[in-house]
Design a protein around this ligand. Structure first.
Ligand SMILES: Cc1cc2nc3c(=O)[nH]c(=O)nc-3n(C[C@H](O)[C@H](O)[C@H](O)COP(=O)(O)O)c2cc1C
Length: 186
């Protein structure tokens, strides 16, 4: 028996999703937030979308900067997700408070987060509102990847990296590398 709901309140049945730390720098303000709602949109040109609610400080900063970085972190750094995702830059300087180490980007002004295993530098190519979130579409201009995090085909090295997955609320999990399968259609 399946339960069918038409009064949809707790809309988070699609998790697990990987957690990215997304943010921007505009003038002397640099701010990041945890972002689970993100998606690749195109290979050529490389386009990557992040969904940000209007009330986030990150929304304001990305809107001003017209650029952002997307930083994927491993499950060992789950605390960073809670810090960036449960505290707002409207109330504190999260970079200072949580001593986040940043590195300069190659092309844009916004720095990348040092401890991310992979980061994208993105220039805003489009913005569109969808209900209570806006989709910022970024053209990916540069990728910073930690050595040996990906194999030559670009597949995550699951022996080295344990990606952080979000389950909703304040729950997280990672993958079990023993379950990896290389499957062909025959
Ligand atoms: C794991 C996690 C994922 C989140 N994903 C999103 C998201 O995709 N979009 C969004 O607008 N907020 C998301 N949030 C909420 C923001 O990260 C949170 O409201 C944050 O405090 C905003 O910070 P800011 O005001 O400094 O931008 C998420 C929170 C957590 C903990």
């Amino acid at each position: 028996m399946k339960k069918i709901t038409t009064q949809i309140e707790n809309f988070q049945y699609f998790y697990p999703y990987t957690v990215a730390i997304v943010g921007a720098q505009s003038g002397n303000q640099t701010n990041y937030m945890a972002c689970a709602w993100h998606t690749a949109l195109s290979f050529d040109p490389p386009l990557f979308g992040v969904l940000v609610a209007k009330k986030r400080l990150t929304y304001q900063v990305i809107s001003e900067a017209k650029e952002f970085t997307v930083n994927f972190i491993s499950s060992e750094r789950v605390k960073l997700s809670a810090q960036m995702g449960r505290k707002s830059g409207h109330d504190m300087d999260k970079i200072k408070e949580f001593q986040i180490k940043l590195s300069p980007s190659k092309i844009i002004q916004t720095p990348v987060i040092d401890e991310a295993y992979v980061s994208f530098e993105c220039k805003v190519a489009d913005v569109r509102a969808y209900g209570d979130h806006d989709l910022f579409v970024g053209e990916v201009l540069a990728i910073h990847e930690d050595e040996k995090s990906f194999n030559p085909e670009g597949v995550l090295n699951t022996g080295k990296i344990h990606p952080l997955l979000y389950l909703g609320s304040d729950f997280y999990i990672t993958i079990n590398p023993d379950t990896i399968k290389h499957v062909l259609p025959d």
